[in-house]
Design a protein around this ligand. Structure first.
Ligand code: SMO
Length: 789
């Protein structure tokens, strides 16, 4: 199956299967079952593009109050004076809160994936000290958002500045951010193979690199947003929140605010992108819920773009130093890597995950059994850093893939050839590595070989020769990656209504990535029922069973398998019910393509509605299911980027990106396609434009989209997408994650392409993002030495 964005050629019959509108008339084709594997168009989009979505800010309960925050403009300091009287008496203001009101509120738990992470303070409002630019200090609650904003101006605040700790550059040198700790290293983990001894490594050659990833802002289209409806009579909180983990948000709110879990409902129906940045509760969100409870009135808060850039969790920023040892024949023999992740001044729930992934994934898809891998995280006077699309996977791919290109250059080998020589073979899987990862299934060399043919690699090298002969600067870069797709459980519940509709509820949720479509498709496939008979519920604790959420590339593999198991269970129940009623054997009942149960002998058929009416009690018409993944499914793939650079300006054009991804069994290839394109767009952003910059004092220099560069449509190259499909053995669908693929594969391929282009000019190292200025300086410096600053 081949896709090509430019020709819009999907390599299969284009399909227009949509949920049939209610006014459907008889001239339209009768809706049919859709199968797992069909490229069905997104059924949620008609609702979303008509503005009928339900985002957190779309809900405004009666008498709802609006929350606004006074934030720190200093990275580090003591609050020496704070007077709120002026704000308190401003028009429309209902309350003004400071740390004096919220000090007692408990902290947020941190995922213990790396043990013994230091528990930092998690103040909802800055308590005596400010720890980062953008940290909330005072919350003003007023009848309108404008009144709250106006009242902020009336607060008197004095801050005595202190030295800033930017621990991510030299955490060992700087003073401890928190007096109860002796340093700023919040956690550390090491994996070393038994055969690791530095001096006994039989490497004949080695290459070393020191790579700094830019710190980036996840930048979802919809900013953070929360609306809380408070019902005094029942002490009930209904919370609409832009979250990719609504069930965890509910549990965390219950624990942090000491509020009965059953009296909290969390609804994250439509979410406008999350990318990891909406997987953890923020101080502003907890304060908004707490304020509703405290004031006995509904509240809401929606972040501005600037507030998100300042105080939502950032991503990446990891620095990795690594050495690859290899024999002269190109065989990789050892890898030593040390990563240092920036953390900011408080830890999000998944704070340790990027640092953990950035090294435990190494050495990626390659066969190296001698490794020494260390990761650390450092606290600093900045915004928190958390997971962001890829969450350590792009960092792991970047260091490995750049090392390989360095090695290829050093040995005079073709970089594709050197990769093929060292990839784990299909027979070597499943493969367990020292960091505990178990690569389940795959054929990594097949994906790279397919990429070589698909992109016509030999022809691209010819093109390079020709362009170089013309004096043009053209480069080709490769990258292979692996993508772990989460572990653990998800749940599902499906109910058949009396009128013959299937209401399927998933415990996982959507962050805008087409879950309604893919999940409806699974149910449609099992029941042979058309999509208009299926309603998919997600992200709502009132109607859905508990779940983990839409993150870590896990929703299709784990959440989808839960739904598949649930659908199969209910189908078996219904068949048994029909067989019992008719006193027939179950084996003589089959399904036709309209979801009717057909009796093989007589040809008589029963619709879902007719069947529903046979039930003696409602429990016969519903099923619950919990699916637990048998380890992590590992998606993988190979990327190739070509770039051309203009010497006079340093401007780089990414011409083409070719990719071959293996996401196991695909539920909906069109959704997979969209995920890959979106991931590549964000990967291009990271590689060429995006960077959150704090100056040496900790002042944020990129506080708006005027200073922070997001990728735009006109920067998108030709994207050529192909795949291989190797089912996973970890889940019943056989699916693997692909939502992060583009952000993992593209940046490494682009960096390698840029260096491939510039090496003939003496440029041997570059740092992301590859702005024109940076490339121009690197070229000039290579030509003229240190005369160029
Ligand atoms: S960075 Mo993802 O939402 O696990």
């Amino acid at each position: 199956m081949n896709y090509d964005v430019n020709t819009a050629h999907y390599g299969f019959e284009p399909l227009m299967i949509l949920r049939q509108p209610s006014h459907a008339n008889s001239t339209q084709i009768e809706p049919q079952r859709v199968s797992i594997g069909q490229p069905v168009k997104r059924i949620e989009d008609a609702r979303l593009v008509r503005g009928e979505g339900c985002y957190a800010d779309d809900v405004t309960p009666e008498n709802c109050l609006h929350v606004k925050f006074l934030r720190s403009s200093y990275p580090s300091g003591r609050i020496t004076d704070l007077q709120i009287d002026g704000a308190l008496s401003a028009p429309g203001v209902k309350a003004v809160f400071t740390a004096d009101d919220t000090r007692h509120i408990a902290g947020l738990s941190v995922n213990p994936i790396i043990k013994n992470a230091k528990q930092t303070h998690y103040p909802l409002l800055a308590d005596k000290r400010v720890m980062a630019v953008g940290q909330p200090i005072v919350a003003v609650i007023a009848q309108t958002a404008l009144q709250a904003t106006d009242a902020l101006e009336l607060i008197y605040l004095e801050i005595e500045e202190e030295d800033t700790v930017l621990g991510h550059s030299d955490p060992e040198q700087s003073r401890p951010l928190f007096s109860e700790f002796t340093d700023n290293i919040a956690f550390e983990e090491n994996w070393r193979s038994d055969n690791w001894t530095t001096d006994a490594v039989p490497a004949q050659q080695s290459v070393s690199l020191d790579i700094q990833h830019p710190r980036v802002a996840p930048s979802a289209l919809e900013p953070r947003s929360i609306t809380v409806q408070w019902e005094t009579a029942s002490d009930t909180l209904s919370v609409w929140i832009a979250s990719q983990t609504p069930h965890r948000a509910r549990t965390d709110l219950s624990e942090i605010l000491d509020h009965d879990l059953d009296s909290i409902q969390v609804i994250s129906r439509d979410v406008g992108g999350a990318f990891g940045m909406k997987a953890s509760l923020y101080p502003e969100e907890i304060l908004t819920v707490w304020a509703a409870k405290r004031l006995g009135q509904s509240t809401k808060w929606t972040s501005t773009r600037g507030e998100d850039l300042q105080s939502a969790s950032h991503g990446r920023g990891i620095r990795t130093r690594a050495t690859l040892g290899l024999r002269s024949d190109g065989t990789f023999v050892s890898l030593q890597a040390e990563a240092l992740a920036p953390l900011g001044h408080w830890l999000t729930y998944s704070a340790t995950v990027p640092a953990w992934n950035a090294v435990r994934i190494l050495p990626g898809p390659y066969d190296i059994d001698r490794v020494d891998l260390t990761t650390k995280g450092a606290l600093s006077n900045t915004a928190p850093v958390g997971i962001y699309r890829g969450a350590g996977r792009p960092e792991a791919a970047m260091i490995m893939e750049r090392l390989i290109d360095e090695a290829a250059y050093k040995l005079g080998r073709d970089p594709l050839d050197l990769r093929l020589q060292n990839l784990l073979s299909a027979e070597a899987l499943p493969h367990v590595s020292v960091s505990g990862r178990k690569l389940d299934t795959g054929d990594y060399p097949a994906a790279l070989t397919h990429l070589s043919e698909f992109a016509d690699y030999p022809a691209l090298r010819e093109r390079q020769k020709k362009r170089r002969a013309e004096g043009r600067i053209f480069g080709i870069g490769l990258a292979c990656y692996v993508e772990p797709s989460g572990v653990g459980w998800e749940t599902a519940h499906i109910k058949l209504t009396k009128d013959g509709h299937l209401i399927a509820a998933t415990g996982t949720s959507s962050q805008g990535h087409g879950r309604e479509t893919a999940f409806s498709q699974i149910v449609s496939d099992v029941f042979a029922a058309p999509l208009d008979k299926i309603t998919l519920e997600h992200g709502d604790s009132r109607t859905c069973p508990s779940g983990v959420g839409a993150l870590a590339s896990r929703s299709t593999g784990i959440g989808g398998s839960a739904l598949l198991g649930c659908a199969e269970k209910l189908l078996a129940q219904l068949k048994a019910l029909l067989a019992r009623s008719l006193q027939m054997d179950e084996s003589s009942i089959s399904l036709d393509d309209r979801g009717h149960f057909v009796l093989e002998d007589t040809g008589q058929s029963w619709s879902l509605a007719q069947l529903a009416n046979l039930a003696e009690n409602p429990s016969q018409l519903e099923a619950d299911y919990r699916f637990e993944s048998d380890g992590e499914a590992w998606g993988y793939g190979s990327y190739l980027a070509t770039v051309e650079i203009v010497a006079e300006t340093g401007e780089m054009t990414i011409e083409d990106i070719f990719c071959v991804d293996d996401a196991g069994r695909l539920v909906n290839p069109m959704l997979v396609h969209g995920q890959i394109v979106g991931g590549i767009a964000q990967g291009i952003g990271e590689a060429t434009l995006e960077e959150i910059v704090y100056d040496e004092d900790g002042q944020l220099l990129t506080g708006s989209l005027m200073d922070y560069g997001l990728p735009r449509a006109d920067l998108m190259p030709n994207i050529h997408i192909s795949n291989t499909q190797t089912p996973s053995t970890c889940n019943s669908l056989g699916a693997k994650g692909v939502g992060e693929a583009g952000t993992i594969g593209a940046p490494a391929a682009i960096m390698n392409a840029a260096l491939d282009a510039l090496r003939p000019f003496g440029v041997t190292d570059l740092t992301m993002p590859l702005t024109s200025e940076k490339i121009w300086r690197a070229l000039k410096r290579a030509q003229h030495g240190d005369k160029i600053p």
